[in-house]
Design a protein around this ligand. Structure first.
Ligand code: RTP
Ligand code: MG
Length: 136
């Protein structure tokens, strides 16, 4: 079933010049881009995006990090794109992420783990609306 998911290349990924690497992996997998935008996120956007993490110990530093520099937001489309992109990204903690995944190959620190991908159809719909309210 074709789905859409919200993918972010986080500030560390943009700073390290890994946007092309991430998009290349997404495209080589067989997915297409339905929207793409480079921006410095404001606090409100990040707070809506990570609303499920409010109150967790890592939350304040996560908001600081996500608002610190530009990210790339994109809508990725294709067969089971939500779960499939999470597989491409690998585990949240890059030390546990398998080699061959984005985080397993390219990251060392849990917060600076290069990418975000929606974790369910409900999250995808909410997150896509947060970043691309006008997308049909
Ligand atoms: P994401 O939402 O960014 O796709 O990552 P995820 O589902 O794999 O992980 P999640 O639990 O949703 O955490 C969101 C992001 O918060 C940062 N984080 N830091 N212990 C920590 O320091 C910690 N735990 C999470 C990471 O940037 C993580 O991707
Ligand atoms: Mg998450």
């Amino acid at each position: 079933m074709s789905e859409r998911t919200l993918v972010l290349v986080k500030p560390d990924g943009v700073r390290r010049g890994l946007v092309g690497e991430v998009i290349g992996r997404i495209e080589r997998k067989g997915f297409t881009l339905a929207a793409l935008d480079l921006r410095v996120m404001d606090r409100e956007t990040v707070e809506r995006h990570y609303e499920e993490h409010v109150g967790k110990p890592f939350y304040p530093s996560l908001v600081e990090f996500m608002t610190s520099a530009p990210s790339v937001a994109m809508v990725v489309e294709g067969e089971r794109a939500i779960e499939s992109f999470r597989t491409l990204a690998g585990a949240t903690d890059p030390i546990k992420a398998a080699p061959g995944t984005i985080r397993g190959d390219l990251a060392t620190v849990t917060q600076q783990n290069i990418v975000h991908g929606s974790d369910s159809p409900e999250s995808a719909a909410r997150e896509i609306k947060n970043f691309f309210p006008g997308l049909a």
